[in-house]
Write a protein of this length. Sequence first.
Length: 134
Amino acid sequence: MSSDSMFRKLENDDVHLAYVPIQSYKAACMERISAMPIEEKAWEEMVKNILRAEMMRRGVSYAGLADRLSNYGIEDNELNLRNKVSRGRFTAVFFMQCMQALGVEILQIPHAIEEAAKKGGAQKLAKKSKTPES
């Protein structure tokens, strides 16, 4: 082998070795970035459905939830609550305030996030298990 052909081979190996990790890294980053919103959205949907399921179990409307929250000094109206819950983006503090206002003592967290996050998930969660009082 001439030194010229060896140099090319080494150069090709270097480029190949440098090229593969960069592409793999970019692909892994892109997968992670594209997967994050979907995963986070599923969590938001699940939490929203848990709250709605607890409301259904107790027969509480958004207006009723607003009334119950006002007993704890939390002033919000039906429309604001409906929009906040519909978006599924609310704080853990708000979620716990709602659980307290609804009288939830035991929170049942579903094992399958995907199932709980699906459309109709709140109805399924509400039917799946009843409150300890019932």
